[in-house]
Write a protein that binds this ligand. Sequence first.
Ligand SMILES: Cc1ncc(COP(=O)(O)O)c(C=O)c1O
Length: 607
Amino acid sequence: VIEHYGLDIWGDDNFIIDRDLLKINYRSSPSILEIVEQIRDNGIKGPLILRFPHLIQKQIDSIYHAFHRAKEEFNYSGHFNAVFPLKVNQLPNFVQNLTRLGEKYNYGLEAGSKAELFIALTFNNPKAPITVNGFKDKEMITLCFLAHKMGYNITVIIEGIDELENIIEVAEDFDLPYPDIGIRVRLHNMGTGIWAKSGGIASKFGLNSTELIKALKIIKVHKLTEKFKMIHFHIGSQISEISPLKKAIREAGHIFAELKRSGADGLDSINIGGGLAIEYSNDESRRDKNYMLAEYANDVVFLLKTIANAKGVDEPNIFIESGRFIAAPHALVVAPVLELFSHEYNEKELILKEENPPLIKELTELYRDINAKNALEFLHDALDRMDSLFTLFDLGYIDLQDRSNSEILVNLIIKKSLFFLKDKHFKEIIDIQNRVQERYLVNFSLFQSIPDFWGLNQNFPVMPLHNLSTKPTRSASIWDITCDSDGEVPFDKDNPLYLHDVDLEEEEYFLGFFLVGAYQEILGMRHNLFSHVNEAVIDIDDQHYTITDIKKSQSIIEILDDIDYDTAKLEAMLYAKIDSPYKEMLKDFLFDNGYLKTVQGLKCYSH
Ligand SMILES: Cc1ncc(COP(=O)(O)O)c(C=O)c1O
């Protein structure tokens, strides 16, 4: 069993277990359960995303602290700057907290699309940098010129020569002053892991050496050398090993120096993109990354210094576009367990007939006579009989009661054999154990709340928020409420999840899915039309915590409107089919979100 759900490994001291409860390890240390209960008391039911601004602050502080320390240690003369890549989380409750908390550092934003650029133009701290990546048309480039006109310190990073040509055309078309220009370089070094495609020679992005030389020529011809300030690369998200990053830094450092020596006089910055990894693992032997932030910062600063000094150029300013590292820890999804689907069978459920089919009689004897010595043989016999009985059922020779009896008997035999063979590592036994976990039906959609689990097999830490002084005994798989068999976090025998044996009639049971603040919210899909979950922002001080902002999950009618149903017509058509009071009931359901409700969550409708 993994101790405390691996909290020591992925938790980064953000949470503590205090007897039964998981608490936030900050100032007044409220338990997550009490926060959830308070929100639910306000009528917000179903899954919930909790945001903790102090965890955004912690990540921002730590990144600036690490680079400032490294700069000091190596006596580095370039400046350190950071921008947050909006693609990682564009939600207002996140972005507005981020810009507020980053203001003292002049923390900026990165945009990769027109819509993200509009967020940056509205909310970026006035003096903080903005970088713009991704493919751009003339309209998007014009927007960058307008940002410059608004007074923003904006750098347009070109992905190809055509974008440079478009920049020049836009300047001429509108007679507007140029924003700063950056160039994304195509490195041959790439990262490792599932997101490594962003770097390397076959990457979708950036200019190769030949194109770089050509771009510099165009820049010189148009007298833009003072505007060409930055080179940029990004070798992929969640860099698991430090060595590819070091190689990329070396390559980019030399490209920087070579460009400077070729007359790129204004060039003064290297933007090292994102990629700083988060530890999602709950297992010491399978950590997701092999370095810490301090090592990462030291390597970047030291290598860039060494190369700049060796080639006799100024030490470049460093820009970082770390997203996952900043955003992932601040949010967790809390979802109630709705039901336990047990594979347990009870002897009392057996309803044997006066005269049973011979195979059932044999199963009864196997069940009676199984012992430590014959357990494996009897198990094989039982499974064999069950196969035959199911065939007999398909052919119409036995009835449903016989089939039920055979299911129960075989399951009882399995249980007994597991008991007798528990210390032996027979393959069948392991396979069977893996097949007989408890299924926890959880009120959330995996496609909406942890889409990278579905799309990329990315694991997110999961643990209950309470009952933590009781040993969890149920090997568990988690089912979501979508009608999709992929909506499952299956039991993984190499990384088993054990949950508590709870009686949901008596008590509620809440699970937390952690480190979901990066990418998940926007990538989240509305499969089965489940919407982004309810959200709340929690500020914690020395005495209390405050729920500062609650955003309710979209209602069913809002989702239908979003996918272009004429909702006025839809409502009229619906209500015409039924009288009061059912009409009002229908309307209430339509104007609520689509997550499931426990019986307590249902209103009473009187006639
Ligand atoms: C250009 C660029 N910068 C930054 C990032 C953020 O990466 P991460 O979230 O791994 O820090 C990305 C992510 O794909 C990116 O494409």
